[in-house]
Design a protein around this ligand. Structure first.
Ligand SMILES: [Zn+2]
Length: 256
């Protein structure tokens, strides 16, 4: 299985048999986003399916355009599917999923997982608010047009590898503890103590490999660049056998 990070919570996944999935693809980042991305929407030539964890703009904004051009089915919760139709996604390409449900795409089996959005903490909101003040109107419009809807995680299984992706750091403890995936794609954004929250997710999942994402400053001034050293240190303390891989945007790599 090969992966490339698209920035924010976005990934492109290619299986041994060439099945290609897009997860939360958001490539329309502004020029001030850091790190800069070499990718444009036109760099995505094909997908067998698009998976969307929730409806926020930084996960779903490019989905109507990509799904339309690539003629790919979109898997998301029913409420996110409804929101995507308002943004121009064809009803016929939307496949609503409930938590626990499995679907097959090519040689991959995909299960929707119950998940939650991370709860923003007061300290972070207070720190972010002053720099958002000049943009409050446009930010408010963006956030209300792209509601989260029901949040899902995804469990993706090939013949020899199991991977989980969470778009926001609110996995439900019971679900996490039963999964035991090889690879966990864990988001790091939205809380002052996000390194602890992400480490706790990893401790429950016990994966062989953790891939942190969403730590980039994908939409300044709303987002911020999250330093990954505290997460790396906490992981090596709590899960010494687990490897951490921090990918570069746009670079394919082979998992294991
Ligand atoms: Zn997000």
């Amino acid at each position: 299985m090969q992966l490339r990070w698209l920035g924010t919570a976005g990934f492109e996944l290619r299986s041994e048999d060439g099945t290609t999935l897009l997860i939360d693809p958001f490539l329309s980042r502004p020029p001030l986003a850091r790190p800069q991305s070499p990718l444009k929407l036109s760099d995505i030539p094909h997908a067998d399916a698009v998976l969307v964890t929730h409806g926020h703009f930084d996960h779903a904004f490019d989905v109507p355009t990509l799904a339309g051009r690539l003629k790919a089915p979109v898997y998301a919760s029913a409420s996110v599917c409804r929101s995507l139709t308002h943004h121009g996604t064809l009803q016929s390409s939307l496949v609503p999923l409930s938590p626990g449900q499995w679907v097959r795409v090519g040689d991959l089996r995909i299960q929707a997982l119950v998940a939650q959005h991370v709860h923003f903490d007061g300290a972070l909101v207070l720190r972010t608010l002053p720099r958002l003040l000049p943009y409050l109107d446009s930010m408010h419009r963006l956030l209300t047009r792209w509601p989260a809807g029901q949040v899902l995680g995804f469990h993706i299984a090939s013949a020899n590898l199991r991977l989980v992706h969470f778009g926001s750091a609110g996995g439900v403890a019971d679900t996490l503890e039963h999964l035991r995936p090889d690879v966990a794609l864990i988001p790091a954004q939205g809380r002052s103590d996000i390194d602890q929250v992400a480490t706790q997710m990893a401790e429950r999942l016990q994966p062989r490999l953790v891939v942190p994402h969403h730590w980039d400053d994908f939409y300044p001034p709303l987002s911020q660049l999250i330093p990954l050293t505290p997460l790396a240190e906490a992981l090596s303390r709590c899960l010494p056998a687990t490897r951490l891989h921090t990918p570069r945007i746009g670079q394919w790599w082979q998992i294991f």
